[in-house]
Ligand binder design. Structure first.
Ligand code: NDP
Ligand code: GDR
Length: 360
């Protein structure tokens, strides 16, 4: 039985990847962080009681900023494949916590690669690094492909640039099977609530049910190439099954703005948005003239990535990979799931208990 180790198993991609690898018969080991509250919601459906003999999902406490925990886990597990998904993954937060972001996202990747060397796993463990379209930042070419020059625009992207190159360097220097997946934005119903897509579907569902008045957003003109996380983790696995390690761009090749995403989610939910004004004064009104979307400059970033559009033809030609889930299907699924949880909150509220709310 092949053994995989996933860092970031409690995150969006970690949960989809764990599900995929379990379905392929892997023994899956995941690294989770100690938190003061349970943080395993996304993988609870895969959870197996530690007292069961033949468990195939095993969680270990560890942290990307703690080499000793990583070395100990890797020594015990002796993984055939390592998927390094753990990261402080929020671009806006990286401006607030640049040093921590560099520690976990840049040095974290180095720590795993060094652990491979220290433990003599160079020929055994294949390594996948979660690289990102944020590397292109201020884009130098459109669409972006594997050969497009990088120009990172945030502490997050700069940290990921280090992780990208250290992965390439350890491949060349030590013959480790190490690859970068340069993934464009990918979303799902379990996307973190403060990324723009989930923030939109969650807020519009709550507005529809009278739990929230308004959705506050930053740059409505930002354009992204949005895919579905389920399609993208398939590609993470495929990249480690090749004869030679290589880096691949993963994208849909279709681009929408944040405003387009609001319109698509609103349509799906049965709301219409009439846009009025421009820039920091832009607002969206519903059919009754009530303001339900408003620009709030606090969500602008010190340096923004205005536009990203990927060209995944290398993945298609070499690995036969193509995304299966359309933008419309992605939006519909996210809206459906957020409506369900808004309905639960509404029920709680109707029975006199307060449903919590926050604006992030
Ligand atoms: P999430 O933010 O959903 O998940 C991040 C995971 O990393 C969580 O499990 C989190 O744990 C864990 N983590 C964060 N810091 C540490 C740390 N110091 N030590 C151990 N674990 C840590 O991200 P996604 O699933 O969306 O993304 C997965 C990876 O892919 C990330 O590296 C991200 O930067 C990258 N990426 C994502 C893209 C996307 O569009 N989703 C696109 C391109 C790249 P906890 O649950 O405890 O917070
Ligand atoms: P991104 O995702 O920065 O591309 O990083 P995010 O959803 O946070 O932002 C996308 C775009 O939307 C604009 N935006 C807002 N963003 C947030 N979060 N909140 C808002 O209110 C808002 N209003 C407008 C942003 O300015 C931006 O232009 C994601 C993460 O998953 C990274 O880890 C990953 O590497 C990249 O995708 C690819």
């Amino acid at each position: 039985m092949k053994k995989a180790l996933i860092t970031g198993v409690t995150g969006q991609d970690g949960s989809y990847l764990a599900e995929l690898l379990l379905s392929k018969g892997y023994e899956v080991h995941g690294i989770k962080r100690r938190a003061s509250l349970f943080n395993t919601d996304r993988i609870d459906h895969l959870y197996q009681d530690p007292h069961e003999d033949r468990r195939r999902l095993i969680l270990h406490y560890g942290d990307m900023t703690d080499s000793s925990s990583l070395i100990r886990i890797m020594q015990n597990v002796q993984p055939d494949e390592i998927y390094n998904l753990a990261a402080q993954s929020h671009v806006a937060v990286s401006f607030e916590e640049p040093e921590y972001t560099a520690n976990s996202d840049a040095l974290g990747a180095l720590r795993i690669l060094e652990a491979i060397r220290i433990l003599g796993l160079e020929k055994k463990s294949r390594f996948y690094q979660a690289s990102t379209s944020e590397l292109y930042g201020l884009v130098q070419e459109t669409p972006q492909r594997e050969t497009t020059p990088f120009y990172p625009r945030s502490p997050y992207a700069v940290a990921k640039l280090y992780a990208y190159w250290i992965t390439v360097n350890y491949r060349e220097a030590y013959g480790i099977y190490a690859c970068n997946g340069i993934l464009f934005n990918h979303e799902s119903p379990v996307r973190g609530e403060t990324f723009v897509t989930r923030k939109i579907t969650r807020a519009l569902a709550r507005i529809k049910l009278g739990l929230q008045d308004c959705l506050y957003l930053g740059n409505l003109d930002a354009k992204r190439d949005w895919g579905h996380a389920k399609d993208y983790v398939e590609m993470q696995w495929l990249m480690l099954q090749q004869e030679q390690p290589e880096d691949f761009v993963i994208a849909t090749g279709i681009q929408y703005s944040v405003r387009d995403f609001v319109n698509a989610a609103a349509r799906e939910i049965g709301l219409s948005v009439n846009w009025v004004g421009t820039g920091i004064d832009e607002k969206g009104f519903d059919a009754n003239g009530k303001c339900i979307v408003s620009v709030d400059p606090r969500y602008f970033r010190p340096t923004e990535v205005e536009t990203l559009l990927g060209d995944a033809s290398k993945a298609k030609d070499k690995l036969g990979w193509e995304p299966q889930i359309s933008f419309e299907a992605l939006v519909a699924e996210m809206v459906r799931e957020d409506l369900k949880s808004a309905e639960r909150d509404e029920l709680v509220k109707r029975h006199g208990f307060s449903a919590y709310d926050y604006h992030e």
